[in-house]
Design a protein around this ligand. Structure first.
Ligand code: LMR
Length: 333
C-alpha cells in the first residue's frame, strides 16, 4: 500500500513538474574547418543565433570551427554517420564522395563576377546540384560564398609558365588537379588544416585560395608572392544529414530553413568584406608581394586555363557546363 502510494505520488509529481514538461533541445553540432575569426565562423554564429531564436530554444546549435572535430574528408564521413548534424564544406570537396558535378564550380574563369555566380547559386542549377546530395544521404540547404581565388608561391607568378614545376596545394577536386597540370604545376591534395604547415615546411611551394583564407590561416607569412588572378570560385554548400533533417518536426525544420535563408545574405556580405580587408592587411604586413596582372598577362592566364573546361567536360557534364554558360550569359569560352 505504502509502495502504491509512493508510485502514485511520484507519478503525479512527475506530471506536474515543469522540468518534465520541457523536452530537451534538439542539438545540432555544426562542424567546419575555418578559423574562429573567419567569415564562415561568423556566418555560422549568425545562423546559431537565428536558429535558436526562431525555434524558441527548441534547437541548440553547437559550433566546432577550425577542424577541431574533423578535417575535410572526415567531416563529410562524420555527417553521413550522424556524428555531427551540419557542415559547410567547400563545393570543391564533394568529388571524392562520388558527386562530380559540383566540380563545375572549380572550372577556371567560369564565372566572370559575383552577378554571374549568383545566377547559379541562387537559381535552378544550384538547386539541382544540391539535390544530387540526396543520393549520398545528405541534404543541401544553401550556398554561402567565400570568394575568388588567387595564386601564391615563393617565386613571382607573372604568367602560367611561372607555375611550371611548382608543387601546388589544392582541395580534393579533379578539376583543380587538371587546372594545375594545365600550367605545368604539380597538384598536391592536402587538407585545409595542413596547408599552412605544408607551405612552411616546403612540402608544397604554392597554393591557390581566397585572400580571406590566406589571411586567417596565416599562409601569407609563408608565401612571398601572390598574383590577383581571381581565376576560380571558392564557396560552401550548407548541408545536413538527410535522415536527421527529415526526422525533425516539420515546424522546426521550417524555422531552421528560414534561419539558413536569412543567414545567406549576411554570410555573403561578411565574406566580401573579409576578402577585401584581408588583402589590405596582408599588403600592409609586407610578407607577400601582390601582383595585379596586366591585361596581356590576364589574357595569358585565361588562355592557359580555360581549356580545362573541355578537358573536364566528360567528368562534370558537358550539358551542365553549357547550361552555366547560357545562364551566366557567357556564350563561349
Ligand atoms: C580549402 O580547403 O582551401 C577551403 O575549402 C577551406 C574553407 O573551408 O574555406
Amino acid at each position: 500500500m505504502r509502495r502504491a502510494l509512493w508510485i502514485l505520488t511520484s507519478f503525479g509529481l512527475a506530471l506536474s513538474s515543469p522540468a518534465r514538461a520541457e523536452a530537451p533541445p534538439i542539438v545540432i553540432k555544426f562542424s567546419h574547418v575555418a578559423a574562429p575569426q573567419a567569415h564562415k565562423s561568423r556566418a555560422a554564429e549568425h545562423f546559431k543565433k537565428l536558429a535558436e531564436s526562431y525555434t524558441n530554444g527548441r534547437v541548440r546549435v553547437e559550433l566546432y570551427p577550425n577542424s577541431q572535430l574533423y578535417k575535410d574528408k572526415e567531416e563529410l564521413e562524420a555527417l553521413q554517420l550522424g556524428a555531427v548534424q551540419m557542415l559547410a564544406p567547400s563545393v570543391s570537396k564533394f568529388g571524392p564522395l562520388g558527386i562530380r558535378a559540383f566540380e563545375v564550380f572549380d572550372l577556371p574563369y567560369i564565372f566572370a563576377d559575383y552577378q554571374a555566380l549568383a545566377k547559379i547559386t541562387e537559381g535552378e542549377i544550384g538547386r539541382e546540384l544540391l539535390d544530387k546530395l540526396k543520393s549520398k544521404g545528405l541534404v543541401g540547404l544553401g550556398y554561402w560564398n567565400n570568394g575568388f581565388k588567387i595564386l601564391s608561391a615563393n617565386s613571382p607568378l607573372y604568367g602560367p609558365d611561372d607555375v611550371l614545376g611548382l608543387k601546388m596545394r589544392i582541395q580534393a577536386s579533379k578539376v583543380l588537379e587538371a587546372q594545375m597540370w594545365a600550367m605545368g604545376g604539380l597538384p598536391q591534395v592536402m587538407a585545409f588544416s595542413e596547408a599552412y604547415h605544408g607551405l612552411s615546411s616546403g612540402v608544397v611551394d604554392g597554393t591557390e585560395n581566397t585572400p580571406a583564407n590566406m589571411y586567417t590561416q596565416k599562409m601569407f607569412e609563408v608565401q612571398r608572392h601572390a598574383t590577383m588572378t581571381n581565376h576560380g570560385y571558392l564557396g560552401y554548400a550548407v548541408i545536413s544529414n538527410a535522415r536527421f533533417w527529415q526526422g525533425l518536426p516539420s515546424d522546426i525544420r521550417e524555422q531552421l530553413e528560414r534561419a539558413i535563408a536569412d543567414t545567406t545574405p549576411v554570410a555573403n556580405r561578411l565574406a566580401l568584406e573579409e576578402n577585401t580587408q584581408a588583402l589590405e592587411e596582408m599588403k600592409a604586413d609586407g610578407h607577400t608581394t601582390f601582383h595585379e596582372p596586366t591585361p596581356e598577362e590576364r589574357a595569358a592566364w585565361i588562355a592557359a586555363l580555360t581549356p580545362v573546361h573541355d578537358e573536364m567536360a566528360s567528368r562534370v557534364g558537358r550539358d551542365l557546363i553549357d547550361r552555366i554558360y547560357a545562364a551566366t550569359g557567357r556564350l563561349t569560352q
